[in-house]
Write a protein that binds this ligand. Sequence first.
Ligand code: BDR
Ligand code: CA
Length: 318
Amino acid sequence: MKLSAIIDCDPGHDDVMAILLAARTMDLRGITTVHGNASLVDTTRNAQQVVEFADLTSIPIAKGFAHPLARPPRYAPGVHGESGLDGPTLQPPTVPLHPQNAVDFILESSHSIPNLHLLPIGPLTNVAAALSLDPSLPARIKQISLMGGSLTFGNATPAAEFNILCDPEAAHVVFTSGIPIKMIGLNATRQVLATPEYRKRVRSIGSTTSTHVADMLDFYSRGEGGHTGLPGGAMHDPLAVAALIDPDILTFEPMHVAVETNGTYTDGMTLCDGRHLGEDFRAIKPRTRGAEPNAEVAVVADAKRFWELFLDILATYP
Ligand code: BDR
Ligand code: CA
């Protein structure tokens, strides 16, 4: 049976890959949008365009927060372009938005859908706002699988990953909520790249969707790869989906994760207590000190296994 989920996103090239993967492998009950890679207006339009070209218009899209809880927004045009989804040529969307805002949509869904999973792959503002509005929400969420943070270094700053840095106060609310969390951070996602070989395989599928995806991955790989020096953009966001559908793609270790909201150099850092881990980030001894783990942190990713899954799923689209 498929797991029920809502994906909370800021599309964003890799967000699109996550939507496409989740829509086929999960019981995807909604897409909620948030500021992040671009403005909320842009990320919401991008989500609408995706459901249109991929023939997923039965999945409701609810618009969320345009701003972080306590800071001005920051965007990522250097990676995702001015639109948040530069590269492919997409039509202006006509699919209507859901009448509820993202926070109300998440809260209402948590009452009507048993064992609901949340897949936040952008700044955590919507999820944190839902938790603040209804403190009983954690009891109705089965699990959160989020893309954000890092066990090692960041991308937006030496210490911080982009999604967490966009709204550290929201991330703190989520990591202290008591909901079981899988954290898929940069240390793991950088192991799965859209290399030229995989981009070629995407394009060779030959469908409308795969052509748009190939155009996206080419643009994104120039931007992200340009920053990191790696031979392609990292498949950050779809790995948060993969974590729930194939237990063999990512390996996790339980850790306590604290979010820095006030550091001079470390603002937005996910401080992972890995004092029981070896150099390969796997446990070498029992944990004997520190706070109880509040997250399963991804440490190793199987890139080949991820790509076989993703390419198979992509081939099912029109
Ligand atoms: C994260 O930031 C965004 O640019 C991507 O969509 C991903 O969610 C990676 O740091
Ligand atoms: Ca994202």
